[in-house]
Design a protein around this ligand. Structure first.
Ligand SMILES: [Zn+2]
Length: 357
C-alpha cells in the first residue's frame, strides 16, 4: 500500500470518529409554575432558538403551600419538549443559613424530595429526573434519598462534598468564581469558546436577576447565537445529556474538585473535564514535586559506594517520596510552600556530601 493510500485511509477513518464538542447545559434557577414576566421571556427566547433549557422549579411557597398555575400560555412554555423540569427543593427556604437542605436530617430530606416531586409531577407529564438543591447546598444523605425518589441526576456546584454512594450522576454548575470575576455571560462565553471541541461539560446557572437590563439580554442572546452557530458546541438539558451517554459519576465530580499547581495551568476552570485527564494531571503534578525533593538523594545514591549508606538512602527515597506525593495529592500545602519544602529536603544530602569531602 502506497503512502498516499495509507493517508487517504487514515483520513477516511478519522471522519468516522465522533467529533469532540463541549457540551453545554443552561440551567435557569427559581421559576415556579406561576407566571413571571422575566422567566416567560427567557423561555420564549430559548424555545424560539430551539435551545434546550433545564428549569430548576420550586414546587411550594412558604408553609409548603403549592404554587398554582395561573397562566396557561406560560404553563405551555414550560411544557415545551426542549424544556426539562428539574426539582428545586420544596420551599426554597434558607434554613439556619445552610440553604434548604444543608442542615436537614435524612428523613426530612427524603420527605421534602418526595413531596416536591409529587407536586411537580401533578403539573407536568414529563419525567422529573434531576434535583437542583436551593443555594446549591447538599447533605450527606443526598445519594440514597435522591436514588430512592427516582432523582438520578444532581446539579449543585463544584464545592459540595457528597459521599460516594449509589448511582447518581453529578452535573454541577461549573462557572463558580469565574462568574464573580467576569460576570456570568462573559464567563460562560469565554469558557464555552475556550473549551469548544474538547470533551468537557459546561453548566451555565442563571437567575432572573442576571438579566436586569437590555445589555444583559443582548449578552445572553449573543451567547446563545454563538453556541447555536458552532459545530463544536452541543446543547443539552441534564436529562438529554445523560441520555446522550455523557455521564459524570462521583469520581469525575471529585477528580474535577482536585486542585494542583499543574491543573491551574493546564485545565480551564469553567468546565467539567474527563476523569482520566484530571487524575493524570494530578498524578504528574505529585510525581514532579516528588522528583524535585529526591534529586539530592539520587545524586548521593550514585556517588556513594558504601552499601550501608545506600540502604539508608533507598529507605529515605521511599519515605520522602511517599510523604511528598501524599502532601501534593491531598493538597496539604500550597504549591509554593510544597516547592520550597521539596527544595529544602535536598539540602540534607547536599550537606552530607560537602561534609564527607
Ligand atoms: Zn434557587
Amino acid at each position: 500500500m502506497s503512502k498516499k493510500q495509507i493517508l487517504a485511509l487514515c483520513a477516511f477513518f478519522s471522519l468516522t470518529l465522533p467529533a469532540k464538542a463541549v457540551k453545554v447545559v443552561f440551567r435557569l434557577d427559581d421559576p415556579t409554575v406561576q407566571y413571571d414576566s422575566v422567566h416567560s421571556r427567557v423561555l420564549q427566547l430559548f424555545a424560539g432558538k430551539g435551545i434546550p433549557l433545564s428549569v430548576a422549579t420550586i414546587p411550594c411557597a412558604k408553609e409548603e403551600i403549592p404554587h398554582e398555575i395561573n397562566d396557561s400560555s406560560y404553563w405551555q412554555l414550560l411544557n415545551a419538549p426542549t424544556i426539562e423540569i428539574a426539582l428545586h427543593g420544596l420551599t426554597h427556604e434558607d434554613i439556619n443559613r445552610q440553604g434548604e437542605f444543608g442542615g436537614l436530617s435524612s428523613d426530612e430530606t427524603c420527605r421534602r424530595f418526595r413531596k416536591g416531586k409529587h407536586i411537580l409531577s401533578q403539573h407536568f407529564d414529563k419525567p422529573i429526573n434531576t434535583f437542583i438543591p436551593p443555594f446549591n447546598a447538599t447533605n450527606a444523605s443526598f445519594p440514597e434519598n435522591l436514588e430512592s425518589n427516582g432523582l438520578h441526576l444532581l446539579s449543585a456546584d463544584m464545592f459540595q462534598r457528597v459521599p460516594r454512594k449509589g448511582d447518581i450522576q453529578y452535573y454541577p454548575e461549573t462557572l463558580g468564581h469565574l462568574m464573580k470575576q467576569k460576570g456570568i455571560w462573559n464567563a460562560a462565553k469565554e469558557s464555552i469558546l475556550k473549551c469548544r471541541g474538547k470533551n468537557a461539560i459546561c453548566v451555565v446557572m442563571f437567575h432572573a436577576y442576571d438579566l436586569p437590563d437590555s445589555t444583559a439580554w443582548l449578552q445572553l442572546e449573543n451567547l446563545l447565537e454563538a453556541c447555536n452557530n458552532n459545530k463544536k458546541v452541543e446543547l443539552y438539558t441534564f436529562s438529554s445529556l445523560y441520555d446522550s451517554g455523557e455521564h459524570s459519576d462521583w469520581l469525575r465530580y471529585r477528580a474535577n474538585q482536585l486542585s494542583s499547581g499543574l491543573s491551574k495551568y493546564l485545565l480551564h476552570k469553567g468546565v467539567l473535564h474527563p476523569t482520566w485527564l484530571c487524575l493524570a494531571i494530578h498524578i504528574i503534578n505529585a510525581l514532579a514535586y516528588m522528583l524535585i525533593a529526591l534529586v539530592g538523594m539520587l545524586v548521593l545514591l550514585v556517588r556513594t559506594h558504601s552499601i550501608s549508606l545506600k540502604r539508608i538512602v533507598y529507605l529515605a527515597l521511599v519515605v520522602i517520596g511517599a510523604v511528598i506525593f501524599c502532601i501534593a495529592w491531598f493538597h496539604l500545602l500550597s504549591p509554593l510552600k510544597l516547592l520550597l519544602l521539596a527544595v529544602l529536603i535536598n539540602t540534607i544530602p547536599l550537606i552530607y556530601m560537602v561534609v564527607r569531602r
